[in-house]
Ligand binder design. Structure first.
Ligand code: BEZ
Length: 328
């Protein structure tokens, strides 16, 4: 078993011990997520459901609700807390709104590239952070997945970060991202994924913060003039089970569900490592103005972000050590 397997195994055993035992039962689980049906996260959720049904001999089933059918992530997290929803594949962004330690994952340029982001998420330090979720948020976190690194797509020409100042930039709704764009002097505009295409098309926003997969597959470049390949943040996801639901499961079911869900969320890391460059190449091939930039492009916004989050997340230093130890 690799280090990740051992760490997850240990974490899941500890979680099992922390909740009272329950008899094996049959369950029709509901799993919510915000991504559309063809998205890598949604396909991983479907594959998890199929494997759980097979491994439980049909005792358990999982119905997947993609594309915010059950509400946005804040609403789904509330449903997980009350037990109205059983499971979710959720952005760590939303979790960081309740457990600020997780904001450390969004340190600008923490990961040098997409493979490095994967190594950080698979570290013992990152996996260990999941142990705080039952007490802090009322959910059990079984493991991480991710989407691609973040890029910026703008209407109009941008040649420097000064051109971003004053622009309405769509962001995923979470504090670390708000702080980054505020530090740039932009007007960050929190907006859930399903609203993004129209908002960019009709000029409700001037720019979007997005990953390569969705820029390419959902045609976000259609109404853009400039693509800034900045790779400025990683974008982790976490597989969650309602702590209330977890408490009703037998130890055997917790181990089966936790292990299978962890495998499937983890599989998304390899998917992004495999596909990211191909999507970026295709986006560049559209003929839009394409800038490749590094931390220097953002001036002192990175230092400003670090100053804010050094006090808000107790895990920033530890994740930086992991990043340094896993850089190639
Ligand atoms: C976003 O809000 O940009 C996003 C959410 C989930 C997956 C990928 C992107």
């Amino acid at each position: 078993m690799n280090t990740l397997g051992k760490t997850l195994g240990g974490a899941l055993l500890a979680l099992s011990a922390a909740f009272s035992g329950a008899m094996a039962s049959a369950n029709e689980f509901r799993l919510g997520l915000i991504t559309p049906p063809p998205h890598i996260w949604t396909r991983a959720a479907e594959a998890f459901g199929a494997d759980l049904a097979a491994q439980s001999g049909g005792r358990h089933s999982v119905t997947v609700f993609p594309a915010q059918q059950l509400g946005n992530e804040a609403e789904m997290l509330q449903q997980l807390q009350t037990g109205a929803l059983d499971m979710a594949f959720m952005t760590v962004a939303e979790v960081s709104n309740r457990a600020p330690d997780f904001g450390a994952f969004y340190a600008p340029f923490l990961a040098n590239d997409i493979s490095h982001a994967g190594r950080i998420l698979r570290s013992d330090t990152a996996v260990g952070m999941l142990a705080q979720l039952p007490a802090e948020v009322g959910v059990v976190g079984v493991g991480y997945g991710m989407a691609g690194l973040r890029q910026i797509v703008t209407r109009g020409d941008v040649t420097s970060a000064a051109d971003l100042a004053g622009l309405k930039i769509r962001i995923t709704p979470f504090e670390p991202n708000l702080d980054f764009y505020r530090a740039l002097g932009a007007a960050p505009t929190p907006m859930p994924l399903p609203d993004v295409y129209d908002a960019l098309a009709n000029g409700q926003v001037d720019a979007i913060d997005m990953d390569a997969e969705l820029i390419w597959l959902l045609h976000y470049y259609d109404h853009a003039d400039t693509i800034i390949q900045s790779n400025h943040m990683m974008f982790p996801m976490v597989g969650l089970v309602s702590a209330r639901v977890w408490a009703t499961l037998s130890e055997e079911d917790r181990a089966m569900i936790g292990t299978l869900m962890a495998q499937h969320v983890d599989s998304t890391i390899d998917s992004y490592i495999g596909h990211e460059q191909g999507w970026l190449d295709q986006i560049e091939g559209t003929g839009k103005t394409y800038l490749r930039v590094g931390p220097e492009f953002f001036g002192d916004a990175v230092a400003q972000w670090n100053a804010i989050w050094e006090t808000r997340s107790s895990m920033l230093g530890a994740l930086r050590e992991v990043a340094a130890a896993t850089a190639e």
